[in-house]
Structures are given as C-alpha cells and as structure tokens.
Design a protein. Structure first.
Ligand SMILES: [Fe+2]
Ligand SMILES: [Fe+2]
Length: 171
C-alpha cells in the first residue's frame, strides 16, 4: 500500500497523462486540418505514448492495492496560430509534466516510499526524452521559419515516427 498522499498524487498523474493524450489529439487535429499529415502523425503517436504513461500509473496504483480514481479531463484546443505555436505548447506541457513527476518523487522520498520512488525512475528518464523531442521540434520550426520548403521537410521527417509500446513489466 502507499499513503493517501501518494495515492492522491498518483491518481492526479493518471489524469495528467490522459490530459496529455487529449492535448496531443488536439494538436494532431490542428496539423491534420492544415494538411501537415507528418506532423499530425507525430502527435498521434505521442498521444498513444501518453495513454501508455497513464496506464503505467493506473497499473501501479492497482498493484499497490490503491483505488484508481479518474477525475475530469479539461477541454483542449485544436486551434493554434502557427505550427511553431503548437510545438511550443507541447514543450511547455512536457516541462509541466516533468515538474509534476518530480513533485511525486519528492513526496515519495519524504515518506521513505522506496517502491514508488523506484517506480518513478522510469518516468524521470522518459521525461528527459520527451522534453528533448519537443525541444527538437521547436528548434526545427524556428530554423525553417515560414519557409514552405522547410515546413515540408520537417513534415516528411515527422511522418516517419511509429508507435513503440512500452514494454516494461508495469506497462
Ligand atoms: Fe507522459
Ligand atoms: Fe516518450
């Protein structure tokens, strides 16, 4: 079992990961509507990853005998001013998720909850990757500015992304 405090934070995190998936579906819709199918593909895959993150927390709560509670997921936008703005929104969101995970790690350390701390290590590493990917997308769009050729190239690059399911035991 984990403490009520940790359980609350884990349940909040399930919601945040589901919200991430929702946010990325909104960005996918934005790019799809613009005809940038490669970028839409990238966010479709990202949304799938987020569902995987949510399920990893979901399964952990079950494993430690806690009751999963699913809160309300806020509405998200699919309207952005530019591809760059959409990419920046995803980077900002991943930074927020990293901070949220660090908060649970801090609580687990405070409470000497070693198993939750150990469980969360996977997410610490994952967030390094998530932020790096989002930063790369922002940087690429900053480089190409409004050049249609550049946008087309980034779009073609992001079209290659395929979903790889999480294969760790708790997934
Ligand atoms: Fe996530
Ligand atoms: Fe990832």
């Amino acid at each position: 079992m984990v403490s009520e405090n940790i359980l609350g934070l884990l349940n909040e995190q399930i919601k945040k990961e589901l919200h991430s998936a929702y946010l990325y579906k909104g960005i996918e819709a934005y790019f799809e509507n613009l005809g940038l199918k490669g970028m839409a593909n990238w966010f479709m895959v990202q949304a799938q990853e987020e569902m995987g993150h949510a399920m990893k927390f979901f399964n952990y709560v079950n494993e430690v005998g806690g009751l999963v509670q699913l809160g309300t997921i806020e509405a998200v936008t699919s309207k952005y001013k530019s591809p760059l703005e959409a990419m920046k929104a995803s980077l900002e969101h991943e930074r927020y998720i990293t901070a949220s995970i660090y908060k649970i790690v801090d609580a687990a350390i405070d409470e000497r909850d070693h198993k939750t701390n150990s469980f969360l290590q996977w997410f610490i590493d994952e967030q390094v990757e998530e932020e790096a990917n989002a930063e790369e997308n922002v940087r690429n769009l900053e480089l190409v500015k409004d050049s249609p050729n550049g946008l087309f190239m980034v779009n073609a690059e992001l079209a290659k992304r395929v979903y790889v399911p999480i294969t760790t035991p708790q997934a």
